[in-house]
Design a protein around this ligand. Structure first.
Ligand code: ATP
Length: 512
């Protein structure tokens, strides 16, 4: 079994070598936390999107999909709370050029003092053994008292400076505490800046606050502001859902781990509008449905774990993550949140428009409650890649790199190969290719030995290889090789379509 750290490295280099994922602007040495999907990556990504869209939108009578703009009216983000609350106070060290969250630096400093106190207590506890009264010691020992007082003072100063947005005060606090950069060891700090994780830009040619707009940090708000448009134009009846796939942007401070945490990423989100009081029923429904969606891919149930939140965001009354066992360990892949009526109510307040639903059964108007499912497309991509990528040792002692992708997600479903480049075999293979490509994404490959060609297809996850040989010219049969078993079977050309379809059809996956 490969070491997990090595696995991530291997996936990154495999992804680059075969055209799945490249660092963005590679010829300029890349741009931090930004990646480009290559010729095979974009196929795989499109297939993941299709799986989600088909299963969420097309297989559900009461869910419809939209495609909202990335730019939204700036008030959207005031209403959602992102302008005020999507902030971190930042400070840079001028020598190491490293960026830190100022509050985290101060927190870490307090933690060190806390550890000093704990050491003092531990020492005394050893010294006095049974006779030790910890509470009394903490209340009377001069060293402990002095340090506890220090912590309280720092806490008070940090709270007031942050609450009053007194960033100079935060910097003075860092200087007074003589906090050093863990990398350079120096105290050469920049000013503290409030850092909003939203990317902003100017609309039109007039500069100034009034024209500042944001790149959306989540797709959900595009759904909320369209709630009435969709409900009315689609005559939707509660409960119903609105789904969307699209880009989101966050200026993450610590961005790392390949495509797991990026500054530009894609989300697949669905907001399900329900009657107030029904939200827990639907929350549990979607938790189970989303986990089943993941498991149906067949990557292995052991990769998934549910994590219910104990501490909830101010707008939520229940929240749970579906975590995936990434090469870096179990981490959030998807969030399922019961968001109450928070967002619609906020938008009512800020827009002055009623965002309500008339429930004919109850004969009553109300602001619906919302259950949200939100999965990162790029994290899905990484999950699928990391569970599918294997370096296998074969019986003959050789090795093969294989991507055992779920067949529906594989970039190519079948590779068509003539055994040799002569005797009319390429022409026959092309004939088969031109027929199959109406139904499946196919690749034609005639270069190198058959063994090498098979390896190449294994490495990009193609479920089937079809070999056209001399017998084909005589009896219209070909061999078809299975990626996973590596077994070959002779079949009539006329049967190929049905055989491939049986493995790669969406019906197969969606009916699970
Ligand atoms: P995390 O705690 O990992 O930062 P989050 O809780 O902020 O994630 P949400 O705001 O709930 O994430 O976003 C929903 C989904 O969007 C996440 O489950 C994740 O799959 C995806 N996502 C969020 N931030 C990023 C990012 N920077 N890069 C890639 N995907 C992301």
């Amino acid at each position: 079994m490969e070491q997990k750290e090595d696995l991530l490295k291997d996936i990154i280099s495999h992804a680059k070598e075969y055209g799945f994922v490249f660092p963005s602007s590679d010829i300029y040495d890349g741009l931090a936390a930004t990646y480009d999907y290559g010729q095979l990556g974009s196929e795989l990504k499109n297939n993941i999107k299709q799986y989600w869209w088909k299963s969420m939108v097309q297989m559900n009578e009461n869910i419809v999909g939209i495609d909202a703009a990335i730019f939204m009216h700036p008030t959207t983000w005031k209403a959602s709370g992102h302008v005020d609350a999507f902030n971190d106070p930042l400070i840079d060290n001028k020598d190491s050029k490293k960026r830190y969250r100022a509050d985290v630096l101060i927190e870490e400093h307090m933690e060190k003092i806390r550890q000093k106190i704990n050491k003092e207590v531990e020492k005394a506890s050893k010294k006095f053994a049974e006779a030790f009264d910890e509470a009394q010691f903490r209340a009377t020992n001069p060293n402990v008292l002095r340090n506890a007082e220090k912590i309280k003072e720092i806490e008070d100063r940090m709270r007031t400076t942050l609450e009053n947005n007194d960033l100079e005060g935060v910097k003075t606090l860092i200087e007074d505490l003589e906090i050093v950069c863990p990398i350079s060891g120096s105290r050469n700090w920049t000013e503290v800046r409030q850092f909003n994780l939203m990317f902003s830009t100017e609309l039109g040619s007039v500069a100034g606050d009034a024209s500042t707009i944001y790149l959306r940090p989540e797709t959900a708000q595009g759904i909320f502001v369209n709630f009435l448009n969709v409900q009315k134009s689609g005559r939707m009846k509660i409960p119903f859902g609105i789904a969307q796939i699209g880009k989101a942007f966050r200026n993450e401070i610590v961005a790392r781990q390949f495509i797991f945490r990026m500054r530009e990423f894609e989300q697949m989100e669905m907001q399900f509008f329900v009657r107030p009081g029904d939200e827990m029923k639907w929350y549990n429904h979607w938790k189970a449905a989303r986990l089943a969606w993941h498991k149906a891919l067949g990557l292995g149930d052991k990769y998934y774990r549910e994590h219910d939140h104990i501490k909830l965001a101010h707008y939520a009354n229940a929240a749970s993550d579906i975590e995936f066992d990434f090469p870096m360990g179990f981490k959030e892949l998807e969030g399922i949140h019961s968001r109450t009526d928070f967002d619609l109510k906020q938008h009512e307040q800020f827009s002055g428009k009623k965002l309500q639903y008339f429930d004919p059964e109850l004969n009553q108007n109300y602001v619906p409650y919302v259950v949200e499912t939100s999965v990162g497309l790029d994290r899905m991509f990484l999950a699928v890649m990391s569970a599918s990528f294997k370096n296998e040792k074969l019986e003959d002692g050789s090795e093969r790199a294989v991507l055992s992708l779920p067949a529906q997600l594989a970039p190519y479903k079948v590779a068509i190969m003539p055994l040799t480049k002569k005797d009319g075999l390429p022409e026959k293979a092309t004939e088969i290719l031109n027929d199959l490509r109406f139904d499946f994404n196919c690749q034609y490959d005639e270069k190198d030995s058959p063994g090498k060609r098979y390896r190449r297809q294994d490495a990009i996850g193609t479920p089937y290889c079809v070999m056209v040989d001399h017998q084909t010219l005589e009896d219209n049969t070909v061999t078809i090789r299975d990626r996973d078993t590596m077994l070959q079977e002779r079949v009539a050309i006329s049967e190929l379509r049905a055989k491939i379809d049986e493995k790669v059809s969406w019906r197969n996956l969606l009916s699970k």
